[in-house]
Design a binder for this molecule. Structure first.
Ligand SMILES: [Zn+2]
Ligand SMILES: [Zn+2]
Length: 376
């Protein structure tokens, strides 16, 4: 694999403009600059956040290549990279830290200033340029690394050696769903053994939060969703109780299960005003609402001020995790079996079926997580 020839062109999932269907298009293979690596993508997760971009609910420049949950093999390293070697299996965090801004230097690479300003707003890497071009030379924006493609360039601070025991299929959701779930449980919730939690929305990230809450010693994990198949899956992953919010009032049900007290931590994983308010109402006095779900840009939820003040409730936002310190721990937990991403992955598709998979995700027809796998 060292010295493996890299072709000039590749297939990629291109978003021409907001609201359009993805197109599988032939584009140029990118080249890594200083401090970057070229990865041959083996698997890439099909995530709701891409869907927000596809629908135009999150502002992002187009045309663009989406895909931000990548696992694959390093095939080329740019100058100055010593973290990984050619031929190494890696997984990438969707937050690709620059490694040198003030936030990165103080260990808060989840707030990397260059990532948010240059990649999330402009679709470029940290020299202000994209690495992706159409065959005629026109540029394509990169959502994170633009990973729904055969190859992608990733800043080296965003890649982590992947243990041989973890298959590509499972590794595909580590860089976003597992990373996000870990940040919520370990960082934002600071979960303590014996506590009680509620997880509102049991999709990909919610399923990971269920597993991690148990791994961190939660005594009760109540999964809330409107779909019975998702609730059954949550039970298999360790939820101690489930609430179908279509059949009963979820706040009353969670209160009843906790003898009126409410939960120490409620995770809101959907990003809707209604579920945000519900999750807040499930929190016990002195407890914490951890907001994980991303909403369309202008969404707001109302918060009962006196309730929050009088009852000492914390509201904490959580976006991803701290790549530099958390990804190695996450990979250790995976290798030890504390997190089983394979149990969340419900469907595997090839690149040709990716546009269709996003449409089914939009329709709510994917339980758990779909991933695209290009290499077995
Ligand atoms: Zn994602
Ligand atoms: Zn940074």
């Amino acid at each position: 694999m060292v010295g493996r020839a890299v072709p000039d062109a590749m297939w990629a999932a291109v978003l021409e403009g907001p609201g359009q269907r993805l197109q599988i298009e032939r584009i140029r293979v990118p080249r890594p600059g200083p401090g970057e690596v070229l990865v041959k993508v083996a698997a890439c997760g099909i995530c709701h956040t891409d869907l927000h971009v596809i629908r135009g609910e999150v502002a992002f420049p187009t045309p663009a290549v989406i895909g931000h949950e990548v696992a694959g093999r390093v095939v080329e390293v740019g100058p100055g990279v010593d973290r990984v070697r050619e031929g190494e299996r890696v997984v990438a965090s969707f937050i690709m830290p620059c490694g040198s801004c003030p936030a990165c230097r103080r260990g808060r690479d989840d707030l990397c200033e260059r990532f948010f300003r240059l990649n999330r707003l402009q679709g470029v890497l940290y020299d202000g340029a994209t690495r992706l071009f159409r065959e005629d030379g026109r540029p394509l924006a990169m959502y994170s690394m633009g990973g729904m493609a055969e190859y992608c360039v990733i800043p080296a601070h965003g890649v982590f050696a992947l243990p041989e025991s973890i298959p590509w299929r499972d590794a595909a959701i580590v860089g976003c769903a597992v990373f996000t779930g870990y940040g919520a449980v370990r960082r934002a919730a600071d979960l303590r053994p014996g506590c009680q939690v509620a997880v509102v929305a049991a999709g990909g990230v919610g399923s990971v939060i269920v597993q991690l809450s148990r791994a961190f010693g939660a005594a009760a994990v109540i999964a809330v969703d409107v779909r019975e198949d998702k609730l059954q899956a949550a039970r298999r992953l360790g939820a101690t109780a489930t609430v179908n919010a279509r059949q009963e009032d979820p706040v009353a049900a969670v209160r009843q299960m906790t003898h009126g007290a409410g939960v120490d931590v409620a995770f809101e994983v959907l990003g809707r005003a209604e579920t945000f308010a519900q999750a807040l109402s499930m929190v016990a006095d002195g407890g914490r609402l951890v907001a994980v779900g991303i909403a369309p840009g202008d969404t707001a939820a109302s918060v009962p001020i006196t309730h929050v003040v009088r009852r000492g409730i914390s509201i904490v936002g959580s976006y991803g995790a701290r790549a530099g310190v958390d990804m190695p721990t996450i990979l250790t937990l995976l290798a030890a079996g504390f997190i089983q991403p394979g149990a969340v992955v419900s469907e595997v598709v090839g690149l040709d079926a990716v546009p269709d998979a996003y449409e089914r995700l939009a329709a709510g027809d994917i339980t758990g997580r779909a991933v695209a796998v290009f290499e077995s």
